[in-house]
Structures are given as structure tokens and as C-alpha cells.
Design a protein around this ligand. Structure first.
Ligand SMILES: *[C@@H]1O[C@H](CO)[C@@H](O)[C@H](O)[C@H]1NC(C)=O
Ligand SMILES: *[C@@H]1O[C@H](CO)[C@@H](O)[C@H](O)[C@H]1NC(C)=O
Length: 168
């Protein structure tokens, strides 16, 4: 029971070093690819205010979102984990998957229906290094614990002969 508690404390201690796994990117300013972590979330600012715009979002040339006159249409595969904040023109994808890596393109049409330049960005999903660190940290704790237990057993074994002799 004590060992189990110690492991829990170790895991908790390691977890305290975890930074939030939300990645923020700006499609108009960032020059490097946006790099969210697997299982995390990512917010991509597409434009300042989408209210009066018509937008079509593509990933690797497959359309996954359509926004027009306040109506948002997201394909089934993205529905559960995709949000679009109209007032701030921000696209949020939660529960990021490795397969989200790719090239993204947003076609935008101004209030008069005139096509403006595309918004482009790329996602480069990476492994959650901090999660791996937590696992490594817990594993290290477990190894230390085993060493400790083995040491105790060894000491007891060494002490036992003395006890026997003292009794004699
Ligand atoms: C989205 O969530 C609903 C309800 O939780 C579920 O039935 C559906 O299978 C999910 N769709 C995808 C593509 O994950
Ligand atoms: C976005 O634009 C609309 C209409 O122009 C306006 O009503 C709304 O307040 C704006 N939203 C933000 C967050 O600026």
C-alpha cells in the first residue's frame, strides 16, 4: 500500500512539470509549421473576424469545413473535435491525431463575394515528449523502489544470522 502511494506521489510530482498541451498558431504571421502534440489541442488564428466572410477549409485538398453567413458545416470526421470561433476567426482542433499533419488551405471570400488571397498553413504533429517524460519518470521511480525493497531484504537476511547467534 505504501509503495503504491509512493508511486502515485512520484507520478503526481512528475506530472506537475507538464505544460499545457494547447498550441496556439497564427496562420498569417507564423512562418514555421504549427506543431501541436498528439492528444493535445491547437488553436489556429485564420483571420480577425470571420462574421462577414465565406470560408472553405481544406486539408490536403479535401474540404472539411465550410462557413457562410453564420452557418458552419464541418464534415463528420472532424465534427467531434473541431470548433470555429467566428468572432475571432480561430479554428480549434482538439484531440490532435498524427494524421492531422499536412497542408491546410482556407479559401476566403469577402462580404461582397470577392475572393481574397488564400490563407495557408501547415500542421506538423509531434509526439508528446512531456508525456513520455512522465512515463520515464514513473518508470525510474518504480526501479528505485525495487532497488530499495531488494536492499531491505538483503539487510534483513544479513541481520538474521546475528539474531540467531544472539539467541543461542
Ligand atoms: C462523434 O461523437 C458521437 C457521440 O459522442 C459518436 O456517436 C460519433 O461516432 C463520433 N464521431 C466520430 C467521427 O468520432
Ligand atoms: C465581428 O464583426 C461583427 C460584424 O462586423 C461584429 O458585430 C462583432 O462584434 C465582431 N466580433 C469581434 C470579436 O470583434
Amino acid at each position: 500500500m505504501e509503495k503504491f502511494l509512493l508511486l502515485l506521489v512520484l507520478a503526481g510530482g512528475c506530472h506537475a512539470f507538464l505544460p499545457p498541451t494547447e498550441t496556439k498558431c497564427d496562420a498569417n504571421q507564423d512562418t514555421s509549421p504549427c506543431s501541436p502534440v498528439v492528444g493535445g489541442s491547437v488553436c489556429i488564428k485564420l483571420l480577425n473576424n470571420a462574421t462577414n466572410y465565406k470560408l472553405k477549409c481544406f486539408k490536403d485538398d479535401l474540404q472539411f469545413m465550410y462557413f457562410y453567413r453564420g452557418n458552419l458545416d464541418i464534415v463528420e470526421a472532424y465534427k467531434n473535435r473541431t470548433k470555429f470561433f467566428i468572432g475571432t476567426g480561430t479554428l480549434k482542433i482538439t484531440n490532435v491525431e498524427r494524421s492531422d499533419t499536412g497542408q491546410y488551405r482556407v479559401e476566403r471570400y469577402d462580404p461582397d463575394g470577392q475572393r481574397e488571397s488564400n490563407i495557408v498553413f501547415s500542421l506538423q504533429v509531434k509526439e508528446d515528449i512531456f508525456f513520455i517524460l512522465v512515463i520515464a519518470c514513473v518508470a525510474l521511480g518504480a526501479v528505485l523502489l525495487i532497488v530499495l525493497v531488494v536492499c531491505c531484504i538483503c539487510r534483513k537476511k544479513q541481520q538474521n544470522p546475528k539474531e540467531v547467534r544472539q539467541r543461542q
